[in-house]
Design a protein around this ligand. Structure first.
Ligand code: KIV
Ligand code: NA
Length: 277
């Protein structure tokens, strides 16, 4: 299979061919996403919330990201696998961000990394790019800053913050980012940013006019979460199907309905005789 590369993404942007991105966190979810034709698979630090049970993405560590990215890359043949840099790493020294990112590529097999932030991370975006590590930038609602922002709120709603986001997007592109994830901004702003960049803009809660879309795997399948953001479209109720299956199994065991004859192996008559004497 022909793998998705930075050049594939550039071509798709030019041809206005939508880029489909989805998160995945382990081998089976990656396999399903890859076979379904996802162009990009994001090992998002959302794994902290949807897989590890934390209340935000802040507790997720580099070791967590490596562990899950390894499983995802083992399940992926075609899609570009991007791994999130966890909380704080993008703000550390050039050496530290390079070393952490190198592990996500060398040890875990990611194609590139994603990091949150604007001007403040541009020097590190440039350092990574120069070292041959593709960087996906992330602006708008940046969940690692949830405590500073005061909640998961729509960003870029007034003229000043909208203009600021447009300028920041251009700076990240200038620093070498291969793509930009734009989260929870008004559709008109996302459209302006998409039209003013030559790198692809992948939206999440950013309206219809981005170059691509990304959503969280567990959100679109209603798998485990108690809350579904308004920008999410749900495509299956996997959590409900799993709960029903597990309940049926437990009840079968308790009611002596499992195992059945076809789940059982038998000794030969001679061995039975010998064993029982
Ligand atoms: O961690 C994540 O899943 C993300 C996407 C929501 C863009 O960063
Ligand atoms: Na993330």
């Amino acid at each position: 299979v022909k793998k998705v590369t930075t050049r594939t993404l550039q071509r798709m942007k030019k041809k206005k061919e939508p880029i489909a991105m989805i998160t995945a966190y382990d081998f089976p979810t990656a396999k399903i996403a890859d076979k379904a034709g996802a162009d990009m698979i994001l090992v998002g630090d959302s794994l902290g919330m949807v897989v590890l049970g934390y209340e935000s993405t802040i507790p997720v560590t580099l070791e967590d990201m490596i562990h899950h990215t390894k499983a995802v890359t083992r399940g992926t043949k075609r899609a570009m696998v991007i791994a999130d840099l966890p909380f704080m790493i993008a703000h550390l020294s050039k050496d530290e961000v390079l070393r952490a990112s190198a592990r996500l590529l060398q040890v875990a097999g990611a194609y590139g990394v994603k990091l949150e932030g604007g001007s403040e991370v541009c020097a590190n975006v440039k350092a990574l790019t120069t070292a041959g590590i593709p960087v996906v930038a992330h602006l708008g609602l940046t969940p690692q800053s949830v405590n500073q922002l005061g909640g998961y709120l729509i960003q870029g709603k007034d003229e000043k913050s909208a203009k600021h986001l447009i300028a920041e997007a251009k700076r990240l592109q200038e620093a070498g980012a291969i793509a930009l994830v734009l989260e929870c901004v008004p559709e008109e702003l996302a459209q302006v940013i998409t039209d003013s960049l030559y790198i692809p803009v992948i939206g999440i809660g950013a309206g219809r006019f981005c170059d691509g879309q990304v959503l969280v795997y567990h959100d679109i399948l209603q798998f485990g979460g108690d809350f579904t953001p308004s920008f999410v479209k749900t495509y299956a109720s996997v959590g409900k199907a799993m709960a029903e299956g597990v309940q049926a199994y437990i009840q079968d065991v308790k009611q002596h309905r499992f195992p059945e004859e076809n789940h059982v192996t038998h000794l030969s008559q001679e061995t039975v005789a010998a064993v029982y004497g």
